[in-house]
Write a protein that binds this ligand. Structure first.
Ligand code: NAP
Length: 252
């Protein structure tokens, strides 16, 4: 049990990587606080965890609402009396379009959802972890916007995730002395609703980009998040941790 009695916020917990992470963290002894917009999906993940004996609370909301991170930390403190970490995992790909054809609305939505929401999450979570003597925060970034991840049509997404990596480095250096570790997790292609789950052509294309010639399962990425949140990674902070089936070192 890697997270016994630790209270962890998981955002983007209604599907994909976040739902897998919520289930995994709870099975490793964590109290989990789940967040996303879709109420029915979030409730269903929470009920699943509770049925398996996990300790879970949830509140649906939108990360574009600046007040949402504080509602989640309050929920953690009210129900479990503590906060030890967060897996800030929300993300959207947005419209696939070359920059001249991309709308400013799409640009703004992707940057706000993937990057500005991370700023608000950190502003809320860091002071609470500092008060409690430390903790671990993990942000889900991406292979896109890093190394070999320059994919056409994904400029807003790439810029948001590259920005997130920079935010993580500054945050990590600001708060290492407070005992707060802050890392970015950079998954390769992962089979989830966001990557075309159920669309064999999309999955084949993305699989082919990886030297392993396959995509990750959501659970494989959740296991990496578990490592970053647990004490097993206690000397890691400010890392862009790549979990990408070799994508970043491929030659062609
Ligand atoms: P997903 O299943 O679509 O998960 C995205 C999650 O974010 C959902 O739970 C969604 O829930 C939530 N979300 C989106 N916008 C939100 C908002 N405004 N407010 C609150 N919640 C919001 O896709 P995923 O692949 O698991 O994505 C998880 C993370 O991994 C993202 O950051 C993504 O960029 C990153 N990633 C994915 C891949 C991949 O190949 N799948 C690769 C690299 C990185 P609601 O719709 O219910 O709000």
């Amino acid at each position: 049990m890697e997270l016994t009695n630790k209270t962890i916020i998981v955002t983007g917990a209604s599907s994909g990587i976040g739902a897998a992470a919520a289930r995994l963290f709870a099975s490793e002894g964590a109290n989990v606080v789940l967040a996303a917009r879709r109420t029915d999906e979030l409730r269903s993940v929470a009920e699943d965890i509770a049925r398996s004996g996990g300790r879970v609370v949830w509140r649906s909301g939108d990360v574009l609402d600046e007040a949402y991170p504080a509602m989640l930390t309050e929920l953690a403190l009210q129900n479990f009396g503590s906060l030890h970490g967060a897996f800030n995992n929300v993300g959207v790909v947005g419209d696939m379009a070359a920059v001249p054809d991309m709308s400013i609305d799409n640009w703004n939505t992707v940057i706000a959802t993937n990057l500005t929401s991370a700023f608000w999450a950190a502003k809320t979570q860091v002071p609470i972890l500092k008060e409690q003597g430390g903790g671990s925060i993990v942000f889900t970034s991406s292979f896109v916007g890093f190394s070999n991840g320059g994919l056409p049509g994904m400029a807003a997404y790439a810029a948001s995730k590259a920005g997130l990596n920079g935010l993580v480095q500054s945050l990590a250096s600001e708060h290492a002395a407070d005992g707060i570790r802050i890392n970015a997790l950079l998954p390769g292609g992962t089979v989830t609703p966001a990557s075309g789950e159920g669309n064999p052509d999309a999955l084949n294309f993305i699989s082919g980009l990886h030297p392993m010639k396959r995509m990750a399962s959501a659970v494989e990425i959740a296991q990496a998040a578990l490592f970053l949140l647990s004490d097993r990674s206690q000397f890691m902070t400010g890392s862009p941790m790549i979990v990408d089936g070799g994508m970043s070192v491929r030659l062609l």
